[in-house]
Design a protein around this ligand. Sequence first.
Ligand code: T5A
Length: 262
Amino acid sequence: MLKCFIFINKRLLDYSGKAQAQTIRARISKRFKSTAVDMEKEIKSCHRGALIVFEGVDRSGKTTQCNLLQKNLNADGGDVQLLKFPDRTTVIGQMINDYLACKKEVEDHSIHLLFSANRWESVPTMLELLNKGTTLIIDRYAFSGVAFTAAKPGFKIDWCKQPDIGLPRPDAVLYLTLSSEVAAKRGGFGIERYEQTDFQKKVASNFELLKDESWQLIDADKSVDDLHKELKNICNKTIEDVQNKPILKLWTEGEIECKTKS
Ligand code: T5A
């Protein structure tokens, strides 16, 4: 395209001085410019979105920050969607909600598998969005699943990981740290099933065992705005870094097959 443009432009030199040549040159430049913009758009649409997970103990501010990021990254021209696990809108999610709100008892192994099933039922949508370039900000993921169940008596980390093996692997896990004492002072603590300080301490020590190279520990004991600025920078960098990388599988080797667009 560029060569063609230079060639035509050279030929137009023969007409130098003629108003007609100026008009033709302007038309070609305009056409070339719009093609370049289209090409840029096409290249961008081939980039995949990033999968960014927020984890942390209860009340560390995950939901507050995820909402702000979705709003402000989109306001800057990004393509960002928010997911939250458990997703309480599905049939499985409603069973989990009743359990968390202490309205129903569910056997501990069963509830663990339901939390995992609630993630797997979102995977087709997640992959479709990632492959079309949408970045996903996820409020809790498989790490919560493991850290919370393994805090119950008789559960081992390794058993707890099994049902989530092979989920899309996050490009970044942003783990918000907050002492359980500060968390307990924040609004609403103690309403749901797992919100007791001793249990949360066990959960926090389990999260420590799940850290890998994709994790970044962020001190969440700061103002909402300061924390947001820090997280937004990390998200922008992650989106940039992973756009041409494959989507990997969680806790196992291999890539997730990318279904190319028609
Ligand atoms: N669970 C989850 C499992 O057992 N297995 C699993 O597989 C999964 C996925 C529900 C429970 O399910 C368990 C873990 C949980 O116990 P949830 O729906 O994420 O998980 O729980 P929520 O109650 O929605 O969220 P959290 O309790 O985790 O709170 P967040 O999202 O960390 O905090 P947020 O943003 O809601 O803020 C809490 C309070 O603090 C204030 C807010 O205004 C709010 O009042 N706040 C701040 N205050 C001061 N400074 C800041 N920087 C603040 N940021 C927020």
